[in-house]
Design a binder for this molecule. Structure first.
Ligand code: A3P
Length: 298
Protein backbone atom coordinates (compact mmCIF):
# COMPACT_ATOMS: atom_id res chain seq x y z
CA UNK A 1 0.00 0.00 0.00
CA UNK A 2 1.22 3.50 -0.67
CA UNK A 3 -1.01 5.76 1.37
CA UNK A 4 0.76 8.78 2.75
CA UNK A 5 -0.60 10.50 5.83
CA UNK A 6 -2.27 13.09 3.54
CA UNK A 7 -4.08 10.54 1.40
CA UNK A 8 -5.28 8.37 4.24
CA UNK A 9 -8.76 7.21 3.22
CA UNK A 10 -11.61 7.53 5.70
CA UNK A 11 -12.21 4.57 8.01
CA UNK A 12 -14.65 2.06 6.51
CA UNK A 13 -17.94 1.05 8.09
CA UNK A 14 -19.31 -2.46 8.43
CA UNK A 15 -22.39 -3.80 6.67
CA UNK A 16 -24.18 -7.09 6.70
CA UNK A 17 -22.88 -9.47 4.06
CA UNK A 18 -24.57 -12.91 3.91
CA UNK A 19 -25.21 -12.56 7.63
CA UNK A 20 -21.63 -11.55 8.49
CA UNK A 21 -20.35 -8.04 9.35
CA UNK A 22 -17.92 -7.07 6.63
CA UNK A 23 -16.19 -4.13 4.98
CA UNK A 24 -15.81 -3.53 1.25
CA UNK A 25 -12.11 -4.35 1.29
CA UNK A 26 -13.06 -8.00 1.82
CA UNK A 27 -16.18 -8.25 -0.35
CA UNK A 28 -15.43 -6.14 -3.45
CA UNK A 29 -13.72 -9.06 -5.17
CA UNK A 30 -16.41 -11.53 -4.16
CA UNK A 31 -17.01 -13.28 -7.50
CA UNK A 32 -13.33 -14.02 -7.93
CA UNK A 33 -13.09 -15.19 -4.35
CA UNK A 34 -16.04 -17.54 -4.60
CA UNK A 35 -14.81 -18.87 -7.95
CA UNK A 36 -11.23 -19.21 -6.76
CA UNK A 37 -9.65 -22.40 -8.14
CA UNK A 38 -7.92 -24.24 -5.37
CA UNK A 39 -5.23 -26.81 -6.03
CA UNK A 40 -5.20 -30.08 -4.08
CA UNK A 41 -1.91 -29.21 -2.38
CA UNK A 42 -3.00 -25.70 -1.29
CA UNK A 43 -2.83 -25.15 2.44
CA UNK A 44 -5.32 -22.77 3.99
CA UNK A 45 -4.64 -20.94 7.26
CA UNK A 46 -8.04 -19.91 8.59
CA UNK A 47 -8.62 -17.77 11.67
CA UNK A 48 -10.84 -15.18 13.23
CA UNK A 49 -8.75 -11.95 13.07
CA UNK A 50 -6.09 -11.68 15.79
CA UNK A 51 -5.95 -15.36 16.72
CA UNK A 52 -2.31 -15.87 15.71
CA UNK A 53 -2.62 -15.91 11.91
CA UNK A 54 0.76 -14.33 11.28
CA UNK A 55 2.48 -16.61 13.78
CA UNK A 56 1.17 -19.79 12.16
CA UNK A 57 1.68 -18.38 8.65
CA UNK A 58 5.33 -17.81 9.44
CA UNK A 59 5.74 -21.26 11.02
CA UNK A 60 4.32 -22.92 7.92
CA UNK A 61 6.32 -20.73 5.58
CA UNK A 62 9.55 -21.67 7.36
CA UNK A 63 8.64 -25.37 7.45
CA UNK A 64 8.02 -25.43 3.72
CA UNK A 65 10.40 -22.82 2.41
CA UNK A 66 12.99 -22.19 5.11
CA UNK A 67 15.51 -24.09 2.99
CA UNK A 68 15.23 -21.49 0.21
CA UNK A 69 17.70 -19.40 2.17
CA UNK A 70 18.11 -15.97 3.75
CA UNK A 71 17.38 -13.93 0.61
CA UNK A 72 13.70 -14.87 0.73
CA UNK A 73 13.60 -14.48 4.51
CA UNK A 74 14.91 -10.93 4.43
CA UNK A 75 13.16 -9.57 1.35
CA UNK A 76 9.58 -10.85 1.17
CA UNK A 77 7.15 -9.94 3.97
CA UNK A 78 5.18 -12.86 5.30
CA UNK A 79 1.90 -11.29 4.13
CA UNK A 80 3.19 -11.60 0.56
CA UNK A 81 4.43 -15.16 1.02
CA UNK A 82 1.04 -16.10 2.46
CA UNK A 83 -1.56 -14.07 0.55
CA UNK A 84 -4.77 -12.97 2.23
CA UNK A 85 -7.44 -14.47 -0.03
CA UNK A 86 -10.27 -11.97 0.41
CA UNK A 87 -8.15 -8.81 0.60
CA UNK A 88 -8.95 -6.40 -2.22
CA UNK A 89 -6.95 -3.20 -2.43
CA UNK A 90 -6.46 -2.74 -6.18
CA UNK A 91 -4.23 -2.57 -8.05
CA UNK A 92 -1.53 -3.98 -5.78
CA UNK A 93 -3.12 -6.10 -3.11
CA UNK A 94 -5.61 -8.49 -4.62
CA UNK A 95 -5.54 -11.69 -2.62
CA UNK A 96 -6.81 -13.98 -5.37
CA UNK A 97 -4.21 -12.66 -7.85
CA UNK A 98 -1.40 -12.82 -5.30
CA UNK A 99 -2.31 -16.44 -4.59
CA UNK A 100 -2.49 -17.24 -8.32
CA UNK A 101 0.91 -15.68 -8.88
CA UNK A 102 2.76 -17.34 -6.03
CA UNK A 103 5.99 -18.80 -7.37
CA UNK A 104 6.20 -21.50 -4.68
CA UNK A 105 4.35 -24.77 -4.12
CA UNK A 106 2.41 -25.60 -2.05
CA UNK A 107 0.58 -22.31 -1.85
CA UNK A 108 -0.06 -21.12 1.68
CA UNK A 109 -3.23 -19.04 1.71
CA UNK A 110 -4.64 -17.07 4.61
CA UNK A 111 -8.30 -16.33 5.18
CA UNK A 112 -10.52 -14.92 7.93
CA UNK A 113 -13.72 -16.13 6.28
CA UNK A 114 -16.20 -18.01 8.44
CA UNK A 115 -16.49 -21.63 7.38
CA UNK A 116 -19.67 -21.20 5.35
CA UNK A 117 -18.05 -18.57 3.12
CA UNK A 118 -14.86 -20.42 2.22
CA UNK A 119 -14.77 -20.90 -1.58
CA UNK A 120 -16.09 -24.35 -2.36
CA UNK A 121 -13.11 -25.35 -4.46
CA UNK A 122 -11.01 -25.80 -1.29
CA UNK A 123 -13.47 -28.45 -0.08
CA UNK A 124 -13.75 -30.07 -3.50
CA UNK A 125 -9.98 -30.36 -3.77
CA UNK A 126 -9.70 -31.74 -0.25
CA UNK A 127 -7.16 -29.08 0.73
CA UNK A 128 -5.47 -29.18 4.11
CA UNK A 129 -6.72 -26.46 6.41
CA UNK A 130 -5.09 -25.21 9.59
CA UNK A 131 -7.55 -23.36 11.81
CA UNK A 132 -6.17 -21.29 14.69
CA UNK A 133 -8.48 -20.22 17.52
CA UNK A 134 -7.77 -17.92 20.45
CA UNK A 135 -9.76 -17.39 23.63
CA UNK A 136 -12.49 -14.81 23.14
CA UNK A 137 -11.28 -12.33 25.76
CA UNK A 138 -7.70 -12.04 24.58
CA UNK A 139 -8.94 -12.15 21.00
CA UNK A 140 -11.22 -9.19 21.67
CA UNK A 141 -8.45 -7.20 23.36
CA UNK A 142 -6.02 -7.85 20.54
CA UNK A 143 -8.67 -6.91 17.98
CA UNK A 144 -9.42 -3.67 19.82
CA UNK A 145 -5.79 -2.56 19.67
CA UNK A 146 -5.51 -3.68 16.06
CA UNK A 147 -8.53 -1.59 15.06
CA UNK A 148 -7.00 1.38 16.83
CA UNK A 149 -3.77 1.14 14.84
CA UNK A 150 -5.00 -0.10 11.45
CA UNK A 151 -6.53 2.76 9.49
CA UNK A 152 -8.02 0.31 6.99
CA UNK A 153 -10.33 -1.06 9.70
CA UNK A 154 -13.46 0.59 11.16
CA UNK A 155 -12.85 2.92 14.13
CA UNK A 156 -12.25 0.96 17.31
CA UNK A 157 -14.15 3.42 19.51
CA UNK A 158 -13.68 3.10 23.24
CA UNK A 159 -13.04 -0.28 24.85
CA UNK A 160 -16.50 -0.81 26.33
CA UNK A 161 -18.23 -0.03 23.02
CA UNK A 162 -15.80 -2.25 21.17
CA UNK A 163 -16.38 -5.12 23.57
CA UNK A 164 -20.13 -4.80 23.21
CA UNK A 165 -19.83 -4.85 19.43
CA UNK A 166 -17.50 -7.83 19.58
CA UNK A 167 -20.06 -9.72 21.64
CA UNK A 168 -22.79 -8.77 19.16
CA UNK A 169 -20.73 -9.94 16.17
CA UNK A 170 -20.56 -6.41 14.77
CA UNK A 171 -16.82 -6.21 14.17
CA UNK A 172 -15.29 -7.19 10.82
CA UNK A 173 -15.71 -10.92 10.03
CA UNK A 174 -18.64 -11.08 12.35
CA UNK A 175 -19.20 -13.17 15.41
CA UNK A 176 -16.17 -14.79 17.07
CA UNK A 177 -18.58 -17.33 18.57
CA UNK A 178 -20.00 -18.38 15.19
CA UNK A 179 -16.52 -18.45 13.67
CA UNK A 180 -14.85 -20.77 16.19
CA UNK A 181 -17.95 -22.97 16.50
CA UNK A 182 -18.53 -23.18 12.74
CA UNK A 183 -14.99 -24.32 12.02
CA UNK A 184 -15.07 -26.71 15.00
CA UNK A 185 -18.19 -28.38 13.67
CA UNK A 186 -16.65 -28.70 10.23
CA UNK A 187 -13.76 -30.62 11.73
CA UNK A 188 -16.17 -33.38 12.70
CA UNK A 189 -16.89 -34.16 9.03
CA UNK A 190 -13.83 -32.86 7.15
CA UNK A 191 -10.73 -34.77 8.18
CA UNK A 192 -8.16 -32.51 6.53
CA UNK A 193 -8.71 -29.81 9.14
CA UNK A 194 -6.23 -29.25 11.95
CA UNK A 195 -7.83 -27.13 14.70
CA UNK A 196 -5.26 -25.55 16.97
CA UNK A 197 -5.17 -23.00 19.77
CA UNK A 198 -3.11 -19.86 20.34
CA UNK A 199 -2.81 -20.80 24.04
CA UNK A 200 -1.23 -24.15 23.12
CA UNK A 201 1.30 -22.39 20.94
CA UNK A 202 2.21 -20.11 23.82
CA UNK A 203 2.47 -23.06 26.18
CA UNK A 204 4.69 -25.23 23.96
CA UNK A 205 5.47 -24.00 20.49
CA UNK A 206 7.77 -26.97 19.74
CA UNK A 207 4.99 -29.44 20.49
CA UNK A 208 2.57 -27.53 18.25
CA UNK A 209 5.14 -27.48 15.44
CA UNK A 210 5.42 -31.27 15.79
CA UNK A 211 1.64 -31.59 15.56
CA UNK A 212 1.57 -29.37 12.49
CA UNK A 213 4.30 -31.48 10.87
CA UNK A 214 2.43 -34.68 11.47
CA UNK A 215 -0.79 -33.17 10.06
CA UNK A 216 1.07 -31.87 7.01
CA UNK A 217 3.17 -34.99 6.50
CA UNK A 218 6.44 -33.11 6.98
CA UNK A 219 9.52 -34.53 8.64
CA UNK A 220 12.06 -31.77 9.16
CA UNK A 221 15.36 -32.54 10.87
CA UNK A 222 15.80 -31.68 14.54
CA UNK A 223 17.95 -28.73 13.48
CA UNK A 224 15.38 -27.42 11.00
CA UNK A 225 12.68 -27.63 13.61
CA UNK A 226 14.82 -25.86 16.15
CA UNK A 227 15.53 -23.16 13.62
CA UNK A 228 11.80 -22.67 13.04
CA UNK A 229 11.10 -22.58 16.77
CA UNK A 230 13.70 -19.91 17.50
CA UNK A 231 12.72 -17.80 14.47
CA UNK A 232 9.06 -17.63 15.48
CA UNK A 233 9.37 -16.44 19.07
CA UNK A 234 7.47 -13.26 19.84
CA UNK A 235 10.71 -11.28 20.23
CA UNK A 236 12.22 -12.49 16.95
CA UNK A 237 9.04 -11.78 15.05
CA UNK A 238 8.69 -8.37 16.66
CA UNK A 239 12.21 -7.44 15.54
CA UNK A 240 11.78 -8.94 12.08
CA UNK A 241 10.58 -6.39 9.48
CA UNK A 242 9.25 -9.23 7.36
CA UNK A 243 6.87 -10.37 10.10
CA UNK A 244 6.07 -7.26 12.15
CA UNK A 245 4.00 -5.45 9.50
CA UNK A 246 6.18 -2.33 9.75
CA UNK A 247 6.23 -2.27 5.93
CA UNK A 248 2.49 -1.47 5.78
CA UNK A 249 1.97 2.30 6.01
CA UNK A 250 -1.75 2.11 6.75
CA UNK A 251 -0.91 0.62 10.13
CA UNK A 252 0.21 3.13 12.73
CA UNK A 253 2.52 1.27 15.06
CA UNK A 254 2.92 4.35 17.24
CA UNK A 255 -0.73 3.88 18.28
CA UNK A 256 -0.16 0.19 19.06
CA UNK A 257 2.42 -2.14 17.50
CA UNK A 258 1.14 -5.07 15.44
CA UNK A 259 3.35 -7.35 17.54
CA UNK A 260 1.79 -5.97 20.70
CA UNK A 261 2.10 -8.31 23.71
CA UNK A 262 1.75 -11.90 22.57
CA UNK A 263 0.39 -13.15 25.89
CA UNK A 264 -2.43 -15.24 27.31
CA UNK A 265 -4.42 -13.36 29.94
CA UNK A 266 -3.88 -9.73 28.91
CA UNK A 267 -7.69 -9.46 28.99
CA UNK A 268 -7.38 -9.10 32.77
CA UNK A 269 -5.80 -5.70 32.18
CA UNK A 270 -8.79 -4.56 30.12
CA UNK A 271 -12.01 -6.13 31.41
CA UNK A 272 -13.68 -4.54 34.39
CA UNK A 273 -15.32 -6.92 36.88
CA UNK A 274 -18.75 -5.96 35.51
CA UNK A 275 -17.68 -6.43 31.89
CA UNK A 276 -16.26 -9.81 32.76
CA UNK A 277 -19.45 -10.97 34.43
CA UNK A 278 -21.59 -9.81 31.55
CA UNK A 279 -19.22 -11.41 29.06
CA UNK A 280 -19.26 -14.76 30.89
CA UNK A 281 -23.05 -14.80 31.04
CA UNK A 282 -23.36 -14.12 27.35
CA UNK A 283 -20.57 -16.61 26.59
CA UNK A 284 -22.41 -19.43 28.31
CA UNK A 285 -25.42 -18.82 26.11
CA UNK A 286 -23.39 -18.82 22.89
CA UNK A 287 -20.83 -21.55 23.57
CA UNK A 288 -22.91 -24.63 24.15
CA UNK A 289 -20.55 -27.31 22.83
CA UNK A 290 -18.67 -28.78 25.81
CA UNK A 291 -15.98 -30.26 23.52
CA UNK A 292 -14.73 -26.86 22.40
CA UNK A 293 -12.80 -25.49 25.37
CA UNK A 294 -10.68 -22.38 25.59
CA UNK A 295 -8.09 -21.46 28.17
CA UNK A 296 -8.13 -17.92 29.54
CA UNK A 297 -4.91 -18.30 31.45
CA UNK A 298 -2.10 -20.79 31.42
P1 A3P B 1 -1.60 -9.35 20.79
O1 A3P B 1 -2.30 -8.17 20.20
O2 A3P B 1 -2.35 -9.94 21.94
O3 A3P B 1 -0.18 -9.09 21.15
P2 A3P B 1 -2.95 -12.10 13.89
O4 A3P B 1 -1.66 -12.47 13.27
O5 A3P B 1 -4.02 -13.13 13.73
O6 A3P B 1 -3.36 -10.74 13.47
O7 A3P B 1 -2.73 -12.08 15.48
C1 A3P B 1 -1.93 -11.09 16.08
C2 A3P B 1 -1.75 -11.46 17.53
O8 A3P B 1 -0.84 -12.58 17.60
C3 A3P B 1 -1.10 -10.33 18.34
O9 A3P B 1 -1.58 -10.52 19.66
C4 A3P B 1 0.37 -10.68 18.19
O10 A3P B 1 1.20 -10.10 19.16
C5 A3P B 1 0.27 -12.19 18.38
N1 A3P B 1 1.48 -12.88 17.89
C6 A3P B 1 2.03 -12.82 16.67
N2 A3P B 1 3.16 -13.53 16.63
C7 A3P B 1 3.33 -14.06 17.87
C8 A3P B 1 4.34 -14.88 18.47
N3 A3P B 1 5.39 -15.29 17.79
N4 A3P B 1 4.18 -15.21 19.77
C9 A3P B 1 3.10 -14.80 20.48
N5 A3P B 1 2.13 -14.02 19.96
C10 A3P B 1 2.25 -13.65 18.67
Amino acid sequence: MSFTQMEMPPRPTVFDFHGVSMIKMFTDNWDNIQNFKARPDDIVIATYPKAGTTWVSYILDLLYFGHLGPERQTSIPVHERVPFLELYVPPLLIGTDLADNLPTTPRLIKTHLPVQLLPKSFWEQGCRIVYVARNAKDNAVSYFHFDRMNNAQPEAGDWSTFLQEFMEGKRVFGSWYDHVNGWWEKKQTYSNLHYMFYEDLIEDCGREIDRLCSFLGLSPSVEEKENVRTSVTFDSMKQNKMTNYSTIPIMDHTVSPFMRKGKVGDWKNHFTVAQNEQFDEDYKRKMKNPDLKFRYEI
